[in-house]
Ligand binder design. Structure first.
Ligand SMILES: Nc1ncnc2c1ncn2[C@@H]1O[C@H](COP(=O)(O)OP(=O)(O)OP(=O)(O)O)[C@@H](O)[C@H]1O
Ligand SMILES: [Mg+2]
Length: 336
């Protein structure tokens, strides 16, 4: 049987950053930033990667884009390995996988006009040549992100934050990518502007069919845009489910803690409130057993020694937790 491979398939992905500073300047320890992550993204799908600061979201994104080399694991695009491609063969990958960062200002060259910024990927990848063809393509990109065409002659500082992020989106769209990695792409924007940009990305996805890996710590925003959600804690995915299931019937206590911080617009949805205390432990020396046990109000002996693996807790919902409650059901402390 020839099943169609997912657009992007990530298995066993790890990124351990060596820390120097030992005796004689050798490697003294490692930051286990990403420590065995598996997921896939289908064509045209949005997968969100959520979790607290430092849990490894951006490191996953950077490893997929080959801005850094993974320590271990496999990444496949359309079934072909891309994690081990030599630098000389990264060009087609650069076209197919684009990125939008949080701060469009620092990623847009202030000395270039918007026309030049958008022309760059077109000429780099040989997608347009000659002044009039490039002008036409740039004008269409401006239309796509709903910016007036004549503003292509302006410089980035002449735009508002939301408009600059539109330019960032247009630049990512320029080479007609299969997937865009959005790393906190709307986090720095005001609430109303955030919603506009998220809606724009959603519309563009419907129109153009690219997949999105939407990296965010903001579950309220994620709920508006995503098809599925992967929740990360200290370098691992602890729960992965489709959007409706995750927001209505989450399983992992950590997911519930993150959701506790999100206002519930639908009063029929009941959520067990779990308020997180304490800081995220250091990824240099992650806790034994379940990495979340030091902050989990329901932890019992097994959690301190045995690492839980992701298991199916309902169709299209996997969770890495030793507790045996049903998804959505209240969690009772062990032994209760
Ligand atoms: N180049 C590096 N060298 C050493 N440690 C690093 C490096 N890059 C990231 N880290 C560490 O890896 C861990 C994961 O970082 P990462 O930036 O991926 O987290 P994040 O989930 O994106 O956080 P945030 O929400 O704050 O953006 C952190 O502890 C971070 O300090
Ligand atoms: Mg980050």
């Amino acid at each position: 049987m020839n099943a169609i491979p997912p657009l992007l398939e990530v298995s066993g992905l790890k990124k351990h950053f060596p820390l120097r500073g030992g005796f004689f300047g050798g490697v003294s320890a490692h930051v286990y930033a990403v420590d065995g992550v598996d997921f896939s993204i289908s064509k045209g799908e949005t997968l969100s990667l959520v979790g607290e600061s430092g849990c490894g979201k951006s490191t996953v994104g950077r490893a997929l884009l080959r801005l850094i080399d993974p320590t271990a694991g496999e990444v496949k695009l359309d079934g072909n390995r891309i994690d081990n491609l030599p630098a000389s063969q990264l060009r087609p990958l650069r076209r197919r996988m684009q990125v939008i960062f949080q701060d469009p200002f620092s990623s847009l060259n202030p000395r270039m006009r918007v026309r030049e910024i958008l022309a760059e990927p077109l000429t780099n990848f040989g997608l347009a040549s000659g002044r009039s063809e490039i002008d036409d393509r740039v004008a269409l990109l401006m239309d796509k992100v709903r910016l007036p065409r004549d503003s292509m002659r302006r410089h980035p500082h002449e735009f508002s934050g939301g408009q600059r992020q539109r330019i960032g989106i247009a630049r990512a769209l320029a080479p007609d990518p299969d997937i865009i990695i959005c790393d906190e792409a709307v986090s720095a924007l005001d609430v109303s502007v955030k919603a506009q940009i998220v809606n724009l990305m959603s519309d563009l996805q419907d129109e153009l069919g690219m997949a999105l890996l939407f990296i965010s710590h903001d579950l309220a925003i994620v709920e508006h845009i995503t098809h599925r959600v992967a929740v990360m804690y200290l370098g691992k995915i602890v729960e992965l489910a489709d959007r409706q299931t995750l927001f209505a019937r989450s399983h992992h206590p950590y997911t519930r803690a993150l959701l506790s911080a999100v206002p519930v617009p639908d009063p029929t949805i009941k959520r067990q409130r779990i308020i997180l205390t304490g800081d995220v432990p250091s990824p240099i020396n992650p806790p034994s057993g379940c990495r979340f046990h030091t902050r989990c109000p329901f932890a019992f002996d097994r959690c301190r020694t045995e690492e839980p693996v992701l298991r199916e807790v309902s169709p299209s919902q996997i969770s890495a937790c030793h507790l045996t409650h049903a998804p959505g059901a209240e969690i009772l402390p062990a032994g209760a």
